[in-house]
Design a protein around this ligand. Structure first.
Ligand code: FAD
Ligand code: NAI
Length: 465
């Protein structure tokens, strides 16, 4: 590598980039990673997965103490909110985990090039004042919030915010309006509802949670309503004005019609995320983005330019940390001449609300478009552990091919669905049939038995219902 500074230069140190860099270094390649943030870990560790879960975890306990769930277990408490401490433990989690990546970089001899990276050629990049050449360049620049035209996000003021601002609100808003009933709106809406806010969710489509199984979407809507969320479905926001720390939103039916106004103390804009390619100077590398602003790759994560690779939120596919991480490992292995593969048909999705909502594979609707299917469903109400724990909401649904019985998708709402879905993903990865799951011995009493019984229900024979 006579003329090259590095075998591999990764741009972006999120779950895609930092994992790619560590794996490349583990495989003996001289590796650097450019990151413009002050800490490593990208969106996920700094302002995404980790801080949101820290707030979800803490607010869930607060809610259980406040809403009588603890009292039902014989624990009498009157909770008092200490929001500063709650934010403090969130910041601690972020600090520890981002510091952990810095440690792993040092341990694996990955050089962190601090600063914004921009291509100067197809194998050269300028990071801050330094220009480096690398035999392989991996673009892992992630994504940022999609703006809503006419709505100015100002996280510092804390009135109209994106997810980063919504994680840091200094006080509980009296009324929070969430624009977008997707994952961020429901997770962060849940945090502030649990802490005492009235939450109204304005969603453009006629259902929340696009991409999830239809029955799951409907049931989730019912559960959130029961918890106090107010939904304005098939509704669009046409403008937001801010005056003296209050916001006024103008909304109207998505199909057009009479408008109305909503008053709010805080507005969360969560209508999706878009790939980060601004300022990368892709033209210098000879690269273009597609119509959605993404960088296209082949199955091995090669872009159209030899030696330039891309992974994570910046390429097509679900914008999820574990998808980015798996692509990070695969791209490093492919660069090293090994065979790195990601099975994009089996990527689980989890919404970390209460209860959790999870799915993997095809929805029933998608599966039916491809052929004949059988489904089996089992309610959490009939699961002994969920019943004992006073967690009756939700169900597990298995979607299988009618002829081969192969599992095509698994969808669930359950307190620990995020953990349960791993088993479904593994079964699908191994090409399991619903019968394979039904005949697997599951420990009793566990929530996971609901998956076994849903699989039994595919052929019509669950025991407990
Ligand atoms: P990112 O994590 O976005 O990292 C990209 C990095 O590249 C950034 O640090 C950025 O500063 C850096 N960068 C960009 N351009 C340049 C440049 N030119 N030069 C130098 N550095 C650059 N996913 C889950 O799976 N589970 C969750 O629970 C979850 N929760 C989330 C909660 C929130 C509030 C949000 C916003 C997202 C959440 N996500 C979650 C999504 C997850 O964060 C992303 O899918 C994941 O971070 C994508 O990883 P990535 O490596 O592709 O990019
Ligand atoms: P999203 O795509 O999940 O949901 C956005 C919602 O906004 C959709 O329901 C959409 O119909 C709606 N919408 C779009 N335009 C609108 C408008 N003008 N008015 C009203 N509604 C509108 O996007 P979200 O929630 O912003 O999350 C972004 C990404 O971050 C997701 O792709 C998700 O994968 C990732 N993420 C993952 C988490 C997890 O895995 N638990 C947690 C948080 C984020």
């Amino acid at each position: 590598m006579a003329d090259y500074d590095f075998d591999v230069l990764v741009i972006g140190a999120g779950p895609g980039g930092y994992v790619a860099a560590i794996r490349a270094a583990q495989l003996g390649l001289k590796t650097a990673c450019a990151e413009s943030r002050e800490t490593l870990g990208g969106t996920c560790l700094n302002v995404g997965c980790i801080p949101s879960k820290a707030m979800l975890h803490a607010s869930e306990y607060f809610d259980q103490a406040a809403n009588g769930s603890f009292a039902k277990l014989g624990i009498k408490v009157t909770p008092e909110l200490d929001l500063d401490t709650m934010h403090g433990q969130r910041k601690d989690a972020v600090k520890q985990l981002t510091g952990g990546i810095e440690f792993l970089f040092k341990k694996n001899k990955v050089e962190w090039l601090k600063g914004h990276a921009a291509f100067t050629g197809k194998d050269s990049v300028k990071v801050g004042d330094r220009e480096v050449r690398a035999k392989n360049i991996v673009i892992a620049t992630g994504s940022s919030v999609t703006p809503l035209p006419g709505v100015d996000i100002d996280n510092a003021k804390g009135v109209v915010v994106d997810s980063t601002g919504a994680l840091e609100l200094a006080k509980v808003p009296h009324h929070l309006v969430v624009i977008g009933g997707g994952v961020i709106g429901l997770e962060l809406g849940s945090v502030w509802r649990r802490l005492g806010a009235k939450v109204t969710c304005v969603e453009f489509l006629d259902q929340i949670l696009p991409g999830f199984d239809g029955e799951v979407r409907k049931e989730a809507n019912k559960i959130f309503k029961k918890q106090g969320f107010e939904f304005k479905l098939s509704t669009k926001v046409t403008g937001v004005t801010v005056n003296g720390g209050k916001a006024t939103l103008t909304v109207e039916p998505a199909a057009g019609g009479a408008s109305e106004t909503l008053e709010a103390d805080a507005v969360l804009v969560s209508i999706g995320r878009r790939p980060n390619t601004d300022g990368l100077n892709l033209e210098a590398a000879g690269l273009k983005t597609n119509q959605r602003g993404q960088i296209e790759t082949d199955h091995d994560f090669r872009t159209s330019v030899p030696g330039v690779w891309a992974i994570g939120d910046v390429i097509p596919g679900p914008m999820l940390a574990h998808k980015a991480e798996d692509e990070g490992i695969a791209v490093a292995e492919n660069i090293a001449g090994l065979t790195g593969i990601v099975n994009h048909d089996v990527i689980p999705s989890v919404v970390y609300t209460w209860p959790e909502i999870a799915g993997v594979g095809l929805t029933e609707e998608q599966a039916k478009e491809r052929g004949e299917v059988k489904t089996g469903k089992f309610p959490m109400l009939a699961n002994s552990r969920a019943k004992t724990n006073h967690e009756p909401d939700g169900f597990v649904k298995v979607v299988a091919d009618a002829k081969t019985d192969r599992v095509l998708g698994v969808w669930m709402i359950a307190s620990v669905a995020g953990t349960m879905i791993a088993q479904a993903a593994q079964a699908m990865e191994f090409g399991a049939t619903s019968e394979d799951i039904a005949y697997t011995c599951h420990a009793h009493p566990t929530h996971s038995e609901a998956l076994k019984e849903a699989a039994m229900a595919v052929t019509g024979k669950p025991i407990h219902i």
